[in-house]
Design a protein. Sequence first.
Length: 93
Amino acid sequence: MKVITVPKREKFLTDILAKADNEEFIIQTEDGRQFALLSLEGWASFDVGDSDDFKEEVEATSENRELAEFVAARRKEGKRVSITDVKKQLGLN
């Protein structure tokens, strides 16, 4: 993934990025293309392999202790959003 640095003089973009510190956005072009914008602060990623075999990927994921601990901690936070609410937020039926 390529990183693009936004200069401070680009006021419009820096204002949008500042807002993305606190919430996620979907940016939509006039022709309907959509892009997700969210802060990667606090982002967690986990290496589960690079196999093209789905079974191997499932096994690697299930054996990843760090990922399992992360998921368990997230579960305890209690902040959940139903699929119905997600669809409403995205304007989907």
